[in-house]
Write a new protein. Structure first.
Length: 241
């Protein structure tokens, strides 16, 4: 099935918007929109897009295409007074209003403490995924989600950088372990491909460009890697392998 489908990827990188003219081509089956490293900039102003603009853009695509997925690659709920005052709740509410489908936590999303992140997950109307974050040997979040989108069965799994050990206060992650990302990715791809027989595997990571390149080259079976953390600018994406 996968060979007969056209997949368009519209990329938000480092909170800068890019739209490819390919989106207007006929026969597009799936549109994927994504953001990363918003760092609490949910309001409009001072060069910030803000969630209201993102919401209008998502609505634009959803009015024109049957199958649109919206993802966030982390470092979103912390960083500005508007988000920090309520410890991320305002960011999550705004993401709910936009209509996000998936998010992976970034290192700074742990800045209120991992327990607060679990509380925020309870009000998220989207999936929070991370396949390499453990507490006392148990996965802290769902490692992956399988979603039916039109004719597709899509598997999305999350990966979080081990830089979190040194980029948030140690008290925020007491007892938390960030496991090997390649091992976690291999396990997720195997389960999604062999057990769920998905048509498309998407890695949603907050790991940085060099790490996502390395994972993509060493783990066969990943169709798309949506990443954050390094604030890298990729105008047209990048093919690995």
């Amino acid at each position: 099935m996968r060979a007969n489908k056209k997949i368009f990827v519209s990329i938000f990188l480092a909170f800068v918007l890019f739209i490819s003219s390919l989106v207007f081509a006929a026969g597009v089956d799936l549109v994927i929109l994504h953001t990363n490293d918003i760092h609490g900039r949910i309001e409009i102003g001072d060069g910030m897009l803000g969630m209201p603009y993102i919401k209008s853009l998502v609505e634009y695509y959803r009015e024109r295409y049957d199958h649109v997925l919206v993802m966030d690659a982390g470092d979103t709920i912390h960083g500005r007074p508007i988000t920090d005052r309520l410890e991320g709740e305002s960011a999550v509410i705004s993401m709910n209003l936009v209509g996000y489908d998936f998010m992976v936590p970034g290192n700074h999303d742990f800045n209120y403490g991992y327990d607060r992140l679990l509380e925020l997950e309870e009000i998220m109307e989207f999936h929070l995924v991370a396949a390499n974050v453990f507490k006392d040997g148990e996965l802290l979040f769902n490692p992956y989600v399988v979603k039916e989108v039109g004719d597709y069965t899509i598997g999305v799994f999350g990966l979080v950088t081990s830089d979190t050990y040194t980029t948030t206060h140690p008290n925020n992650i007491i007892g938390i372990e960030f496991g090997d990302m390649i091992e976690a990715a291999q396990k997720c791809v195997s389960v999604l491909r062999n057990d769920y027989r998905v048509d498309l595997v998407i890695a949603l990571g907050h790991v940085g460009l060099n790490a996502s390149r390395n994972i993509s080259s060493q783990v066969p079976g990943i169709d798309l890697f949506v990443d954050g953390h390094s604030h890298s600018l990729l105008m047209n994406g990048e093919r690995v392998g």
